[in-house]
Design a binder for this molecule. Structure first.
Ligand SMILES: *[C@@H]1O[C@H](CO)[C@@H](O)[C@H](O)[C@H]1NC(C)=O
Length: 433
């Protein structure tokens, strides 16, 4: 009796967390059609039978705006209608990045030809290597064929909003606003063609617009001599010990100036894109969110090297995730954060990886700004250890999006474990033991 009482006292009410499942990257093809509607329908019906709340789909820019200002959303319309008839909700990602080139990418949908044909609007590293996955934020105000990239994003948001007006805020529960590579608000500092885990990555500010911006900022700081990025930050695959900038350069006056300029440019870009999304979707009742990358390697070092090259200035006493949460709060958007399945103990100690501490920092930042936090797993996992880790964050999350739909998820023991995970995320009773 005593033991029973103790257990009851330790039970608390918890909010249910909705579970969404990401569709395959190539569910809609480059020509804008559903790849295989019949097998997709069967998979969605199974998800529904397993009590999943909905699905997430990338809406590829390269598939939906074949020529400037002419939009086609037919495949996505068919998808939303299918979900509606089955009783699943939808999260749409406005994917202004290319499909292909990231971990697990099984597709190849470049950006629209009217932008890929342009020069000098791409992120560039110190070697002059260009990345065409997403337009450089430093080109946000550059006119390309009559429009700036920010105007293109805005026009596209408006097109999506009018095409899906009837379903926004009902079937379509959330729009995740793409703001960079892989849809995440970050620089492409760890491109898979150049980088392997756990290199520090590379600063991406060597295109002409970036260098001009840096020179202007240096001048107004009264330090015209600070007009170039650090030359001692190593390369994609350097470890921090091999790069003076991550030893102590980041703490110098120049280091602080540079990192603030680089990080602020990313924040400004996020604020500008989110603002345009808010204008297009604000009155529809749909929830807005944006993806923030889970850069957990070198997190446990003072320099936070990998976060720095990606634009997250999370060192020298500055809380990058607080700054990011502030701009999301201003736009009424939530943060969608990954690596919720990772345990520190599963990571190699050589990379000072701290996924658990990182998730906690992001949770604290979003909570202090009173914005919603959505979770994702970074890598495919089907095991109870990963599910338990995700469940342990339940009280800090509003929604979880599972990566990803496929036959390996829908069969045998994997499917049983997934159903049990969904039921735990839905449960409003949590035993604190
Ligand atoms: C673009 O213009 C806006 C406002 O005019 C400005 O705040 C922003 O910093 C500019 N962005 C870039 C990358 O130059």
């Amino acid at each position: 009796m005593k033991r029973l009482l103790a257990t009851l006292l330790l039970a608390a009410w918890a909010d249910a967390v909705e579970v969404f499942v990401m569709l395959g990257l190539d569910a809609v093809t480059q020509s804008g059609d559903l790849k295989d509607p019949e097998s997709l329908r069967a998979q969605l019906q199974q998800l529904k039978s397993g009590s999943a709340d909905g699905i997430m789909a990338d809406v590829w820019w390269g598939a939906t705006e074949p020529t400037a200002k002419s939009y086609r959303f037919d495949g996505y319309k068919q998808l939303v209608d299918m979900c509606k008839s089955i009783g699943l909700k939808v999260q749409l990602v406005t994917s202004f990045h290319q499909c292909g080139g990231n971990v697990g990418d099984t597709c190849d949908i470049p950006l629209p030809a009217f932008v890929t044909s342009q020069r000098d609007i791409w992120y560039k590293d110190q070697h002059g290597h260009e990345d065409r996955e997403y337009i450089s934020l430093f080109a946000d105000n550059v006119t390309v064929e009559g429009r700036t990239p920010l105007q293109m994003y805005s026009d596209w948001f408006n097109a999506l909003s009018s095409n899906f007006a009837a379903d926004l805020g009902s079937v379509i529960e959330e729009i995740q606003v793409g703001m960079g590579p892989a849809g995440e608000l970050r620089y492409p500092a760890y491109q898979l063609s150049q980088w392997k885990f756990c290199g520090v990555g590379a600063f991406q500010c060597y295109d002409a617009n970036a260098l001009n911006s840096l020179a202007r900022a240096a001048k107004s700081a009264g330090h015209a001599d600070w007009s170039s990025p650090p030359s001692d930050a190593g390369d994609y695959n350097s470890h921090p010990g091999d790069a003076a900038f991550f030893q102590n350069g980041y703490q110098s006056d120049f280091g602080r100036f540079f990192l603030k300029w680089y990080g602020d440019a990313l924040l400004q870009h996020g604020a500008e894109v989110l603002q345009r999304a808010k204008q297009a979707f604000g009155s529809s009742g749909v929830r807005l969110a944006g993806k923030v990358a889970g850069i957990h390697w070198w997190y446990k070092s003072d320099h936070h090297a990998a976060e720095l090259t990606s634009g997250y200035y999370n060192a020298n006493g500055i809380d990058a995730y607080d700054s990011i949460s502030a701009i999301f709060e201003a736009a009424g958007a939530g943060v969608d954060f990954t690596c919720m399945e990772m345990a520190d103990s599963e990571q190699s100690a050589d990379c000072a990886s701290g996924p658990e501490e990182l998730v906690k920092q992001v949770m604290a930042a979003t909570a202090s700004h009173d914005i919603a936090l959505g979770g994702e797993n970074a890598l495919p996992r089907f095991d109870d250890t990963a599910y338990s880790k995700i469940e342990s964050y339940k009280s800090g999350m509003q929604v979880f999006t599972y990566l990803r739909l496929g036959n390996d998820l829908l069969n045998g023991a994997n499917w049983n474990r997934f159903q049990s995970f969904v039921s735990k995320m839905h449960s409003t009773l949590s035993l604190i033991v």
